[in-house]
Design a protein around this ligand. Structure first.
Ligand code: 8YV
Length: 320
């Protein structure tokens, strides 16, 4: 047991079983449970070569800087916008993450939010439960099948959404910084053009500085009063305050959001709107997918320790 590698775990994992498993395999120290994390790192930071965190928690520069022997970070999740790139690269710290295994469930959630927003499912459920059915008619909704689907960020998750859309006979177009070499889908060189074209705009873009507030008031106006906006990527790809105004003023028809600019606090105005569906960042949150993400988080650690390279390494150059 003495030879178990020491690991700093930044916080509790998005699959509780993984906390247990990590502690069985490694000598785990949970930073979030230290009475004074800063003091803990000042005293013991030099003992850690390995850090485990999640995409949502990330790792700030002050933690990286307090770990002078840090060699590897294993991050649970596909996003790497919350991992401090500058501090990690400067120090030559390698970073593993969990791409691929969550594409299906995140795409499923994008479709669920899209269908819910357009067909008013959550609002209809409230309507029935609140006993309105016998007194009122539920408003007419928007057709989904055959409508145009615009995808901002045609990567692994975006193309999984696009494949699902073919079952709804939806023409698909996308916007990336550059067109893909072998894509069957229509490329729109400008996001504004994509929004003008689309009935539904789904955000599946990488988060980070380069995509901050890409979807702003102008893009929402291009989407228009019959258009719907879905976000399963990162909250700050969308200007949330601009979305609130657009929803309040009927400048777009509705929205479905799994991610927010300041989680876990959606803008309060969103809670009062009936034409938006809200979810607490759960697109990857199925037992099956979180298990697969946990396995890859563990395998990345194991393989880095054995070979010096993880199974899946963060492609910093893909950051925008
Ligand atoms: C997870 C995510 O909910 O993978 C990501 O980038 O944001 C989500 O899959 C997150 O990693 C949990 O912390």
């Amino acid at each position: 047991a003495h030879s178990r590698p020491r690991i700093l775990q930044y916080g509790k994992m998005p699959l509780p079983q993984l906390d247990t498993e990590l502690a069985q395999i490694y000598d785990v120290h949970l930073l979030s449970e230290q009475a004074d994390p800063q003091q803990f790192l000042a005293e013991q930071g030099a003992q850690f070569e390995y850090l485990v965190t999640s995409a949502a928690m990330g790792v700030p520069a002050w933690v990286v800087d307090a770990l002078p022997r840090l060699r590897f970070v294993s991050s649970f999740g596909v996003g790497f916008d919350a991992l401090n790139k500058e501090a990690l690269l400067r120090r030559g710290v390698r970073v593993g993450y969990t791409p691929g295994v969550l594409d299906d469930c995140v795409a499923d959630m994008a479709l669920a939010l899209l269908l819910d927003a357009a067909r008013g499912l959550s609002a209809a459920d409230r309507f029935v439960r609140q006993g309105h059915w016998s007194q009122q008619r539920f408003g007419l909704q928007s057709r989904v099948s055959g409508k145009r689907l615009g995808i901002l960020g045609m990567g692994r998750i975006g193309s999984t959404v696009a494949r699902r859309a073919s079952g709804f006979d939806m023409p698909v177009a996308y916007h990336n910084r550059r067109p893909l070499a072998d894509s069957p889908y229509l490329y729109q060189p400008s996001l504004l053009e994509l929004a003008r074209w689309a009935d539904f705009l789904v955000i599946t873009a990488t988060g980070g500085d380069g995509t901050h507030h890409l979807v702003n008031a102008e893009v929402l106006d291009a989407l228009g009063p019959r258009g719907f906006l879905i976000n399963v990527a990162r909250g700050n790809v969308l200007d949330e305050a601009a979305l609130v105004s657009a929803l309040q003023e009927g400048r777009i028809a509705g929205a479905g959001l799994d991610v927010f600019e300041h989680e876990p606090y959606p803008l309060p105005a969103l809670l009062a709107l009936d034409n938006v569906v809200l979810a607490p960042h759960i697109a990857s949150g199925t037992l099956e997918t979180r298990r697969a993400m946990a396995d890859l988080t563990l395998r990345n650690l194991e393989q880095f320790m054995a070979t010096g390279a993880p199974v899946a390494e963060v492609p910093w150059s893909a950051a925008q």
